[in-house]
Every structure is written in C-alpha cells, then in structure tokens.
Design a protein around this ligand. Structure first.
Ligand code: AMP
Length: 420
C-alpha cells in the first residue's frame, strides 16, 4: 500500500471541518477589518525565503523543502506566508494603492521538521498582513485580530505573550551582549546554540535544549526588552496602551524572540494551556525592513499566522466541536432497474438548491429507506413506475415518517420547509 508522506495528513471529515471553521473565522474577522484575500503560489524562488526569512534561521538552514527546476534554478515550497505576500505586494506595485494594504491568506506551508504531535511537514496557516504602515495602531489591530479570532472559536485557555525585539541597532547591541556573555561558556551550550552564537545569538533564547536553558538561567542573562532604544520603547508602550484600550488581555513576556530574522519591534505569540510542548497556536510581528530585503520600496508591515492544526488540537482539548457539515436532504431510490437513469435526472433537477444523491441499483422500498437512513439523509424519495409516469416522487420524511407524493417543485418546497 502507498501511504501519504511522513508528516503529511489527508484532511477530511472532522479534521476538515475544524480546518474550515478556523479558515472561516479568519475570513470573517479579516474581511471585517477590510483585508483582501490573497493566494500566493505554494513555491517561490528560494531567495525569497533566504532573504525574507533570513539565512541564519532554523527554517532556512535546515527546514526548507528545496528543489531545482529544469533550468537548475532553486525553488522552495513555502515554509511560511509573509515573504511570499510581501513579494507579491512589491511585484504588483501595491505601494501605489492607499496605504496600508491589508491582506489575508490561508493555505499549506511546508517545513522539514521531525514530525510529532502538533508538528507536521505539511501544515496549514491562516495569516493577516498590514503592509505600508508603521503606526502602533496597526500592531494593536493585528494582535487584537489574532486574539479575537481564537476567542471567537470558543477557546478560553489562551495566553497572549507580547514582546519587542527592538530595532536593528538594538538587536545588534543585544547580540553583542549575548555573545560576550555566552562566549566563555560556549562549551556548555548545545551544538545548535554554539552555531547560533556565531550567526544569531538571540535565537539561543528560543532554544528548548535543557543545557541551554540551565546556562541562560545560571548566567542571569538580561532580556532583550532592557536593550530597546528610545523609538522602539515608545512604540512598544503605545502598542500596549492600544491593546488595553481594545480590552485585549496580554502579558509582557521578555523571552519572546520569534524565529524569523526580519522581525523588528512588536512580536507576539498566543499559547494554549493544554497543548504541552508545541503550545503556540500562532504568532506574529512587525517586519519593517522586509520589503527592501526583497528588492522593494520601503514598506513597513506587521502580520501574524495561526497554525490551523494546532488550533484544531486546542479546540478538541477544550471540547469544542467544529460546525458539522450539512448532510443529505434527499436520497432518491429507483424501484425498478430501468428507472436508474431517471433517478439521476430527478436528483439533478434539485441541484444545487438541495443536497441530493440517488441509488445506482433498484431497491425494494424498505431497503431503499434503510439505505437513505444510513446515508444520513433527511428525506427519501421513492421512484416507481407510477411516479415516473406522473412526473412525481413519493417522498418520506425519515424523522416524522410522514409520506407524500409530490411534483418536483412541491418536493423542493416541502424539504426546504422541513430543513429550514
Ligand atoms: P511560525 O511561522 O513558526 O511562527 O508559525 C506560526 C504557527 O504555525 C505556529 O504557532 C504553529 O501554530 C504553526 N506551525 C509552525 N510550524 C508548524 C509545524 N511544523 N506543524 C504544525 N504547525 C506549525
């Protein structure tokens, strides 16, 4: 048997229902804020991510699915959404529109990580980007939307952790401090973190390795927040004030350093209490230099992504069900073999107003009704020679047992009334 690739999943049934529920909630809130939907390709030229996500990040160094096209250009399955959206913003000259431009998306992302609960190689995100504004209002707007979408899904055991990674110069000072502080203890760091010490010391703070955690604690390493310059500090305070005014509960978390190189200033994550090691449902940040990194005009931006599968796990953990997909309205049963083609015609006449299927084999009435129930239909329609001659259908309400012989328009009316 050929199985799905490790770390990928088929979405159907209740998994798909959760998925759709998360995407719909994102659509509702993002549209309410005036965002336009965008669907960028699932693969891009590799440099979009190398430049956009950053050479020193785990994503670029070890998690990308890259391959060569026939002309030997390197392409990569997108590991995240923002770089592609900003690439599209530049390519389509969205800078000439009234700024900022608000965009939202939903789709699959790909990372070559070790699969475990809450971590796949193909997973899905919904995301929101505000491009072309540097004001703290849009940071607050973005944070609030990510929070309200999760709250709207019914989730309660959420924690919004807000931080600031400062401006580029602040980060440079902080990285220099970290290097100086950690260099003498490099031998005690994990292998990954020894590498990070050279490339991007801030990423060490994100490390899950026990050795790294112990060392950081023992050395009482100061948090990034203490290194914010005047401008970044003011911005951070303004964002917090706006969030308080909007009634969004958050905690300032000095340890928030998100995995992408392009973040500046505001960064945040939303965690769920019941998810264990992979508890981040989503996160976001400000990325003021990203457009220039991709060869575009200055276009400061802020955005977030939610992990759809993680949100689904959180909903399950809190006993929240997705909206069930609607079942069949009607199941048409031909009573004679030669009436099978007619059953198709009768069913098709009700599409797309009603959800209707038909049996491909003639059935006795009792068997036909049983089959309709198994299919989860609300009504069964029996099609015998009399009905075929008269252009009617004998319809039975499978809940009440009531039965009527009706013309198609009457059938529609009865079923609509019955399922409204
Ligand atoms: P990131 O772009 O890494 O901040 O990811 C945003 C969100 O996407 C995370 O908070 C997770 O909910 C989700 N996510 C990231 N990587 C994975 C993965 N490999 N499998 C499942 N969900 C993921």
């Amino acid at each position: 048997m050929i199985r799905a690739v490790k770390g990928t999943h088929d979405l159907f049934g209740s998994a798909l229902a959760y998925h759709r529920t998360v995407v719909e909630a994102t659509r509702r809130w993002a549209s309410a804020a005036g965002a336009e939907e965008i669907a960028t390709p699932i693969f891009e030229h590799t440099e979009v991510f190398e430049r956009g996500v950053g050479q020193t990040t785990d994503i670029v160094q070890k998690e990308m699915f890259s391959f060569s096209d026939r002309g030997q250009r390197s392409l990569t399955l997108r590991p995240e959404g923002t770089a592609g959206v900003v690439r599209a913003y530049i390519e389509h000259g969205m800078k000439v529109r009234p700024q900022p431009v608000r965009l939202w998306y939903a789709g699959p992302m790909f990372r070559a990580e070790r699969p475990q609960k809450g971590r796949q190689r193909q997973f899905h995100q919904t995301g929101y980007e505000v491009i072309g504004a540097a004001e703290p209002e849009v940071d607050a707007e973005a944070v609030a939307l990510s929070w309200w979408i999760l709250a709207d899904l019914g989730l309660q055991r959420l924690h919004l952790k807000l931080g600031s990674v400062g401006d580029a110069a602040d980060r440079a000072r902080y990285n220099a401090y970290l290097r100086e502080r950690l260099e003498p203890h490099a031998g005690e760091l994990s292998e990954d973190s020894r590498r990070r010490l050279q490339t991007n010391p801030m990423r060490i703070l994100d490390s899950k390795a026990e050795a790294d955690r112990r060392l950081l604690e023992a050395l009482e390493v100061r948090p990034m927040l203490e290194f914010l310059g005047e401008a970044a500090r003011k911005h951070f305070e303004a964002v917090q004030a706006r969030l308080r005014a909007l009634g969004v509960p958050f905690e300032v978390d000095p340890t928030i350093v998100r995995g992408l190189d392009y973040y500046v200033r505001t960064s945040w994550e939303i965690h769920h209490e019941l998810l264990g090691a992979q508890s981040a449902l989503g996160g976001g940040g400000r990325y003021d230099g990203l457009s220039e990194l991709l060869g575009g005009p200055p276009a400061p931006g802020v955005g977030w992504a939610l992990g759809v599968e993680r949100v689904a796990l959180a909903m399950e953990a809190e006993g929240l069900s997705p909206a069930p997909s609607p079942g069949l309205d009607l199941y048409v049963v031909p009573l004679e073999p030669e009436l099978v083609p007619r059953a198709l015609e009768v069913a098709a006449r009700f599409w797309p107003e009603l959800r209707v299927q038909y049996a491909l084999k003639a059935r006795k009435p009792g068997k036909g009704l049983q089959e309709a129930e198994k299919k989860g239909a609300r009504f069964a329609g029996l099609l015998g020679p009399d009905e075929a001659a008269a252009g009617t259908l004998t319809v039975k309400d499978l809940k009440s047992g009531e039965q009527r012989t009706l013309r198609p328009d009457e059938v529609k009316e009865w079923i609509r009334g019955g399922t409204a």
